[in-house]
Write a protein that binds this ligand. Structure first.
Ligand code: URA
Length: 445
């Protein structure tokens, strides 16, 4: 078989066989197929798409490209959550202790941020002393003893994705349903969870900008998980404006802690509760939606989930006093406010632009080898639907270096403000699940 023939076939609109896909992925992972041929194939897939069989073959070839985690030494039903990526998304920091408090083992492999989206490992490392570099032994022991561990990948899980994603990122071939579904699901399947809850973001700050594309991606991923025998559901949730108010590593962990104290922003709290309900239902901890929801609300109200967070921080070497004393976090030494030059209602806050502003302040990486400033970032004082007067503070910037005036202007432009009152903002749109092999969508009202 030759790589060029596989590229020809896809370029001309053909369907690739399992053998052809495996040949290409194996060859690329080993370095026998060069980047320029893999880029050509990615672009052919981008334009001509893959059918369900091809997508599943791609997932299988990617899972088989490296190690898989064996979580069988962890007792109980392991339920993982994955977000397709967004701005201000600190849900894992809230959810991991919340779900672990109910005795559902949380054995989570997380990643770092790139571009306008943040990564859970970076956020957790804002906690002084916190270590995400656990050995497989330590990871499993922590979950068995404390019910929770969050770490960077151990071993070589899905090396094909690492190489392919880096290539897609610089060849404008990220936004394709099959490629995203295969990339995310191969990693989830290789990391060994029994059940998977996907948070598929939709809107300006998401990979999928339209509801149609987001539903298509959610359906593809639920189908892949189900075919692999892992019970998988997806929620489609809003990423037009940033989630919550804080964007930047320390600032986001502080907001997550506030959420566990019952004082978090409304959208973040609503999303975390919904995701936690579905995780606890999949893990068979509760029988009904309402039962799970009430128990979760109680765990927040009684600060039980917050206590679990403190235990989690301590076990991974961090200083649990941060939960009560935010001055222990690395902080931007300088602050600047950005004010509104208009009066009216906030109709929209461009999440991607806000993420870009946070990155320019030092909170994110332009390329994967960049250092980040854990204390840098921004906090939005206004969200969609709020009324603002001229001169009102839209956001506060936190930084250590440079002149943020251009970033302030960019941030101001991210706010769409108009005289008319806008529509009520929604955070939860659809639940996508599989019933007897059929994929169904339920609108969340
Ligand atoms: N996140 C991933 O892990 N892969 C993609 O392709 C897109 C988002």
């Amino acid at each position: 078989m030759r790589a060029i023939d596989v590229i020809y076939k896809k370029r001309n609109g053909g369907s690739l066989s399992e053998e052809e896909i495996r040949f290409f992925i194996e060859g690329f992972t080993k370095g026998d197929i060069p980047d320029y041929q893999a880029s050509a194939l990615m672009m052919a897939i981008y334009f001509n798409h893959m059918n369900k069989e091809e997508t599943l073959s791609l997932v299988k070839a990617m899972v088989d490209s490296g190690d898989t985690m064996d979580l069988s030494r962890i007792k109980g039903i392991k339920c993982d959550k994955h977000s397709t990526g967004g701005v201000g998304d600190k849900t894992t920091v809230v959810l991991a202790p919340l779900v672990a408090y109910f005795g559902v083992p949380v054995a989570k492999m997380s990643g770092r941020g790139l571009g306008h989206t943040g990564g859970t490992l970076d956020k957790l490392e804002a906690i002084p002393g916190f270590s995400t570099g656990l050995s497989e032994e330590c990871f499993i022991e922590n979950v068995n003893r404390h019910g929770i561990a969050v770490a960077g990948q151990t071993g070589e899980l899905v090396p094909a994705d690492k190489k392919l994603y880096a290539l897609r990122d610089v060849t404008a071939t990220v936004e394709n349903t099959s490629l995203i579904a295969a990339s995310i699901m191969s990693k989830k399947l290789a990391s060994g969870a029994d059940k998977i809850v996907l948070d598929v973001k939709t809107g300006k700050g998401a990979f999928m900008k339209t509801m149609e594309d987001s539903l298509e991606l959610a359906e593809a991923m639920v189908e892949i998980g189900t075919m692999y025998g892992r019970h998988t559901i997806a929620l489609i949730t809003d990423m037009n404006e940033p989630l919550g108010s804080a964007v930047g590593n320390s600032l986001e962990v502080i907001e997550a802690i506030e959420t566990l104290k019952g004082r978090g922003p409304k959208d973040l709290t609503e999303l975390c509760i919904e995701l936690a309900v579905h995780m606890l239902l999949l893990a068979e901890r509760f029988e009904t939606y309402q039962e799970a929801k009430s128990a979760i609300e109680d765990a927040i109200f009684n600060k039980k989930a917050l206590d679990k967070l403190k235990e989690f921080i301590e076990v991974q070497g961090g200083d649990p006093r941060v939960a009560d004393d935010y001055s222990l976090f690395p902080q931007g030494s300088k602050q600047e406010v950005v004010v509104s030059d208009k009066e009216g209602y906030v109709h929209d806050i461009d999440a991607e632009q806000i993420g870009h502003c946070a990155m320019l302040l030092g909170a994110g990486r332009k390329t994967k080898d960049d250092d980040i400033d854990l204390g840098a970032g921004l906090v939005l004082n206004k969200k969609t639907g709020d009324f603002v007067k001229q001169g009102d503070v839209l956001a506060t910037l936190y930084y250590n270096e440079g002149d943020p005036s251009q970033i302030g202007q960019l941030l101001q432009k991210s706010f769409a403000i108009s005289k008319e009152k806008g529509k009520n903002k929604k955070i939860l749109y659809f639940l996508v699940k599989s019933i007897d092999g059929r994929i169904v969508q339920e609108e969340i009202v």
